[in-house]
Ligand binder design. Structure first.
Ligand code: P6P
Length: 358
């Protein structure tokens, strides 16, 4: 009897090699290896954070205006130093770098683009909550002119790979190349990522909804009604779910991928585009969730269809089981209709008043 793949011992290297597209010339495969190696290096530091005095502030402030934690700096540096000279990339983009990350002129430029958030949720480092790396890979837009901002500002639909690393009770690397979602767990003794979750699918019925309820007063009426619906208020038709939110995107996303659920970080009055980044946070996770049978929206359209205009562009995020995300779109469409009717009525009222004044 052939054993299930997860009962065989399959390293990520072998899995990548077995699943590489026929036309792959090795660069793409080796680039995935590079990301797996960076994950091992970051895991090594992260898992010992409390012992290596890497906690606390690095003193710097990143482009987001957030205090840079030492592990942030380490993770960003590791990925750059692992990838800048391989000849596989034409450029990179990092949450920690304000501008496009160019390949040094002394090195060859390759066909691929790597975008990444080296350590998301880093504010959780000091309280030992799981944190993560998020990444995605594009092909360059124009080989002759490769290495430009245009190569990075591509919609998620163009991604050839996306994934995340979760540094938690164990270290997991979960990725897709458009042929399903596959999860690998790091065996620290072997130093290998071993296949543990083959062809992950977001399960039904969903069990969790994840949102920071303390911002309720900042949301539009449509979002407030949606979140009330998620909570099963007024005996509605929402699935029976628990509210679970730990403030670390990769950890919340991973739990919902395994158990079913929706993660919501909507627009707010003081954050009209929400908080999360399109290019290297929302779009890679949108690729993954779609490959796992789910959906990701900004409330009106697929996050994968949004053309980035800026490296660090933010986007409202509703991501998880398809019917839960589409329900958010229903509430926001209804809100738009009501707002349009109100504007129309106000315009009519002003017209009548101005005529009466004549
Ligand atoms: P809030 C962490 O800072 C992060 O970028 C994500 O990992 C997380 O989902 C979100 O912010 C939490 O934000 O405003 O709820 O603390």
């Amino acid at each position: 009897m052939i054993r299930p793949r997860t009962e065989q011992i399959v390293t990520i290297e072998r899995f990548i090699l077995e699943h590489q597209p026929q036309e792959a010339k090795g660069d793409f495969t080796n680039l995935l290896y590079d990301v797996a190696l960076a994950a091992k290096a970051i895991a090594h530091k992260t898992n010992r954070a409390g012992l290596l005095d890497v906690l606390g502030r690095a003193g710097g402030v990143n482009v987001q205006g957030e205090d840079q934690q030492k592990l942030d700096v380490y993770a960003d540096t590791i990925i750059y130093r692992l990838c800048d000279h391989t000849g596989r990339l034409c450029c990179m983009a990092s949450e920690e770098q304000e501008e496009l990350v160019e390949i040094p002129p002394e090195y060859a430029k390759g066909n691929y683009v790597l975008v990444y958030d080296p350590l998301d949720g880093s504010s959780n480092i000091d309280v030992n909550v799981s944190i993560g790396t998020i990444f995605a890979i594009f092909r360059c837009v124009d080989w002759e002119k490769r290495g430009r901002l245009q190569d990075v500002l591509q919609p998620g639909r163009n991604m050839v790979a996306a994934g995340y690393v979760l540094y938690g009770a164990s270290t997991m690397l979960v990725y897709t190349t458009g042929a399903g979602v596959h999860g690998f767990t790091l065996d620290p003794e072997l130093g290998e990522f071993l296949l543990t979750n083959d062809n992950m699918r977001v399960p039904e019925p969903p069990r969790y909804y994840s949102v920071n309820h303390s911002y309720f007063g900042r949301w539009s009426p449509g979002v407030q009604q949606y979140v009330r619906w998620l909570g099963g208020r007024d005996g509605n038709d929402a699935p029976l779910m628990s509210q679970r939110y730990i403030g670390s995107l990769v950890a919340d996303f991973h739990r919902n991928l395994l158990r079913g659920g929706v993660f919501v970080y909507p627009a707010e009055t003081n954050k009209p585009q929400g908080k999360l980044r399109l290019l290297y946070e929302a779009a890679p996770l949108a690729f993954l969730i779609e490959e796992a049978g789910g959906y990701a929206s900004d409330g009106y359209r697929s996050i994968r269809d949004i053309e980035p205009l800026d490296l660090h562009q933010r986007v409202p995020v509703f991501i998880g089981n398809r019917q839960l995300v589409e329900k958010a779109e229903e509430f926001l469409a209804q809100e738009a209709r009501v707002q349009a009717e109100m504007s129309e009525n106000e315009a009519l009222t002003e017209e009548v008043l101005s005529e009466e004044a004549l």
